[in-house]
Ligand binder design. Structure first.
Ligand SMILES: NC(=O)c1ccc[n+]([C@@H]2O[C@H](COP(=O)([O-])OP(=O)(O)OC[C@H]3O[C@@H](n4cnc5c(N)ncnc54)[C@H](O)[C@@H]3O)[C@@H](O)[C@H]2O)c1
Length: 319
């Protein structure tokens, strides 16, 4: 085993202490290689307790960076604040950044970030759905069975129960397509090469969407249908991949973190879990393991975020 003596912990600054920050804190607290340097939120939140201690808290990132030299800044703030806070962190610190998804809320902000020095080396996006266990399982299954041929069609439906708290959901997540579309797209990059948004419609004041996306799989073109909506009483997220040549279908349930593959009436593979790990921790634990490794997964990198954003926000009809 490597000698850990003398290895400095990664000093983390957490910006935005809302819902998803709880998952970041839970996963960071598990890791002996990190310490929480400070937290930031203009809202008066309760003290953030991390391993029994309360790190200094600030009302703004600029003030925190006057007093700290973090190695990693985690931005877990409302989507429309990501771009400005990313520029601030890039220019006022030397830290790497983990920005919550989606990286930006519009293409102008993406272009602005693209011109920032160090963006490719320092900015990572928390495309957490790409790390979900059932996605991992299905990607490995596909890779192990080239004889099944290309994926020819995909259907994905993501529902979140935000209908009763629509104003707050809109403030933090903008719309169901802005929030879930990026999860659907980053998840699909594990299976196929996305080529572009082919249609986009939003309904219910942005609370629902129906979009189609083209892709290539094993040299052939296919199409994905993406449904998302907040008009529901509970969270439910599923995707199905059809491999039309072989008749194999792969169903993955992202809520239950389960999956199966079938051909006609035959079950060809199945995946379950031991029920011990909550869904968000199951996503963010491998995400942080990858981010803090020597070679972070490219799905976290700026170029992937730029490609996904360009598809996600391609059509004016999608806005
Ligand atoms: N909630 C989820 O399940 C989830 C999952 C994955 C990703 N995300 C993404 O994470 C981001 C935050 O989502 P959330 O659900 O935690 O939202 P939230 O509204 O619960 O929390 C956001 C927090 O950021 C704070 N904030 C606002 N402006 C700030 C600023 N300039 N500096 C510091 N703090 C600021 C707010 O006061 C709030 O406490 C969004 O981009 C969302 O898409 C959320």
């Amino acid at each position: 085993m490597a000698d850990q003596v003398g290895v400095e912990p990664v000093r983390v600054g957490l910006v935005g202490v809302g819902v998803i920050a709880e998952t970041h804190l839970a996963v960071l607290a598990e890791r002996p290689d990190v310490e929480l340097d400070f937290t930031v939120d203009p809202r008066s939140t309760g003290p953030v307790v991390f391993r029994g201690a309360t790190p200094p808290h600030y009302g703004g990132l600029a003030g925190a960076l006057d007093a700290h030299r973090p190695d990693l800044i985690v931005l877990a703030t409302p989507t429309e604040t990501h771009a400005d806070l990313t520029v601030l962190a890039l220019t006022r610190s030397k830290a790497r950044l983990l920005v919550e998804k989606p990286l930006v809320h519009d293409l102008g902000a993406l272009r602005g970030l693209d011109g920032e020095a160090g963006v490719r080396e320092r900015v990572f996006t928390a495309h957490h759905f790409a790390f979900s266990p059932e996605v991992d399982w299905a990607a490995e299954l596909l890779a192990a069975h080239p004889e099944w041929g290309p994926v020819t069609a995909i259907t994905s439906a993501f529902y979140d129960p935000y209908v009763l708290r629509a104003p707050e959901a809109v403030a933090s997540y903008v719309s169901s397509w802005m929030d879930s579309g990026v999860n659907q797209l980053s998840m699909l990059t594990r299976f196929v090469d996305l080529t572009g948004l082919t249609s986009a419609r939003q309904f219910d004041g942005g609370a629902s969407a129906w979009c189609t996306v083209g892709f290539r799989s094993r040299g052939e073109e296919g199409s994905a249908r993406l449904r998302s909506s907040w008009l529901t009483g509970s969270s439910s997220k599923e995707s199905s991949l059809v491999l039309g040549r072989s008749g194999v279908e792969i169903w993955i349930d992202h809520t239950a973190m389960t999956g199966f593959a079938a051909r006609g009436g035959e079950l060809v593979a199945a995946f379950g879990n031991d029920g011990r790990t909550g869904r968000k921790v199951a996503h963010y634990r491998p995400l942080y393991a990858s981010l803090l490794s020597d070679r972070p997964d490219p799905v976290l990198g700026f170029d992937t975020a730029a490609r996904i954003t360009a598809i996600h926000l391609a059509s004016p009809a999608a806005r």
